[in-house]
Write a protein that binds this ligand. Structure first.
Ligand code: CFM
Length: 541
């Protein structure tokens, strides 16, 4: 922590000295006078015994990145629980489209080898091979993913060999992911494993560009609650052709031709910056970090995108759509803003939303006073410029780095992708932050707190100190917030609501937040410290 803050020291008091020392490094108070962001500790192991909000590497690979690819069958090789609990809870919606008929959409289904005790003792490879044969027979998928769970790595099943043999047997691509849950300190490791494999084996194998003048990919958009569809609506209205939303509502075919688009947009930098970066190295394709969460943020992202294409018509259409959409939604937003104005929030979500949603809340006059990620890395807090200084440890070394080089046939210069001269591209780079993400810190205000991998104890203490009106949470801490008498919005699946992205999303979000913060129920709940004060004793005694 940059500076000692008495209230926060109190929060750490309950810990033994070593834990206190450790957790202190995961806290940063914004201090404008100090200039740049102090170093925050992130992407390191959660202290054993502390109840964290994190998931496992399998969750990041299967649940987040590869599972949503709609026309690939994704098999969980492991005991039934891993497949079952990663089934249907993340609301990455998908639908049939012109390239993917209804009977080729599998992302709502759960496929697992359901390993039993004898498989653990004698090995599960035969069972996996048999399952692939059955899946091919029953579904005729275009391609298959196999995702490993912890026991698979522990007993040494060679899923790569099984995949290779199945690929030869059936003539379709069978990808294997060594994403055993323990492969990293959180789901973040699984993102990386998934990115590597998709990049190495799928991207670049397509040959036909999706027809359109300005063809884009949206990386790191998972179509939770239909977010991706709202973005597609806006972008296609402006005149873009969306080749692929990766991986929300993504199809295998469109991922194969990712390299044939003109620009990669990166919405969630945490989960997919690897593919953006690798595509830049291998194919020369430029990428732009965007944020479509928030009205002003959306407008800004659209304007930056438009500048990238050197097309006055596109810029004009962008302004028209911005004007039309804002005029349409602002009267509604203003009504909700009256309810929300001046209220405060905490944001504890995965690896990107705690930053993105700050903009949408500010549109409603609300401020995020404490924000943290569950599994982000330092760059998500401090900005991409720190990446070269991040030391790799034993845990991060578990995941192979792909060392790619420019593809001799498919590499093109960035300016060629964008249809401009080299000089124009150099000028553009001064105006638009291509290949960059500034992280969360710049958007925090003086005195606000960033906290990495927050736990239940810390959330309780922070609520007692800051009294927020709303907490963005996950499934585990949602009810902690409620028991403390604070409204909570589960910001992974949106509590079955959404979309929250783009303009229509802003209206949905404003309505849900206004409802949440004005619900009288929260005032009727007496929090533990209020009870303690009534009794005149110490909190949590
Ligand atoms: Fe990216 Fe995500 Fe997130 Fe994430 Fe996730 Fe998610 Fe998330 Mo839950 S990919 S980092 S691993 S934006 S599932 S759609 S909501 S923790 S903040």
């Amino acid at each position: 922590m940059a500076e000692t803050e008495p209230g926060l020291d109190g929060m750490l008091e309950a810990y033994p000295d070593t834990v206190k020392k450790n957790r202190k490094k995961h806290l940063v108070l914004k201090n404008e006078a100090a200039g740049c962001c102090p170093q925050i500790e992130a992407n390191t192991r959660t202290i054993p015994g502390i109840i964290s909000q994190r998931g496992c590497a399998y969750a990041g690979c299967k649940g987040v990145v590869v599972g949503p690819i709609k026309d690939m069958v994704t098999i969980t090789h492991g005991p039934v629980g891993c497949g079952y609990y990663s089934w249907g809870t993340r609301r990455n919606k998908a639908r049939a489209d012109e390239t993917t008929p209804k009977d080729k959409v599998y992302s709502q289904l759960c496929f697992t080898t359901d390993m039993q005790e004898p498989d653990i003792v004698f090995g599960g490879e035969k069972k996996l091979a048999k399952m692939i044969d059955e899946v091919v027979l029953a579904f005729h998928p275009r391609a298959i993913n196999i995702c490993a769970t912890c026991p698979v790595g522990l007993i040494g099943d060679d899923i790569n060999a099984v995949a290779k043999a199945a690929q030869e047997r059936h003539g379709i691509q069978v990808l294997s992911f060594n994403c055993e849950g323990y492969k990293g300190v959180s789901q973040s490791a699984g993102h990386h494993i998934a990115n590597n494999n998709i990049m190495e084996k799928v991207v670049g194998t397509g040959t036909e560009r999706k027809p359109g003048k300005h063809v884009i990919n949206i990386l790191g958009e998972y179509n939770i609650g239909g977010d991706g569809w709202e973005l597609e609506r806006i972008l296609e209205d402006i005149g873009y052709t969306v080749n692929s939303i990766l991986t929300g509502d993504a199809s295998y075919e469109n991922i194969k031709r990712l390299h044939l688009a003109d620009l990669n947009l990166v919405q969630c930098h945490r989960s997919i910056n690897y593919i953006a970066e690798m595509m830049e190295t291998k194919y020369g394709m430029p990428w732009l970090k965007v944020n479509f969460i928030g009205i002003e943020a959306t407008n800004e992202s659209l304007r930056q995108m438009a500048k990238c294409f050197n097309d006055p018509e596109l810029e004009q259409k962008t302004e028209e759509v911005i004007a039309r959409e804002t005029a349409r939604i602002m009267p509604v937003i203003e009504q909700y803003r009256k309810i929300c104005e001046g209220k405060t929030a905490f944001a504890f979500v995965g690896g990107s939303r705690s930053h993105h949603y700050q903009y949408l809340l500010r549109d409603l006059g609300m401020e995020v006073v404490v924000a943290g990620y569950e599994f982000a890395h330092r760059d998500n807090y401090e900005g991409r410029q720190v990446i070269p200084t991040i030391k790799s440890d034993a845990d991060s070394k578990n995941i192979p780095e792909l060392h790619l080089t420019p593809d001799p046939e498919k590499f093109r210069e960035a300016h060629e992708y964008l249809g401009m001269t080299k000089e124009q591209y150099e000028a553009l780079k001064k105006e638009v932050p291509l290949s960059f993400y500034e992280g969360m810190y710049p958007s925090m205000k003086n005195g606000e707190l960033m906290i990495d991998d927050a736990n239940h104890h810390e959330v309780e203490e922070l609520v007692a100190k800051y009294h927020p009106d709303l907490i963005f949470s996950g499934v585990r801490d949602k009810y902690i917030a409620h028991k403390l008498g604070v409204a909570s919005k589960q910001l992974h699946s949106y509590d079955y609501a959404g979309p929250y992205a783009g303009y229509n999303g802003a209206i949905n979000f404003a309505r849900d937040v206004a409802n949440a913060v004005s619900t009288p129920a929260w005032k009727m709940i007496i929090s533990p410290w209020e009870k303690a004060q009534e009794k005149g004793s110490e909190p949590h005694a």
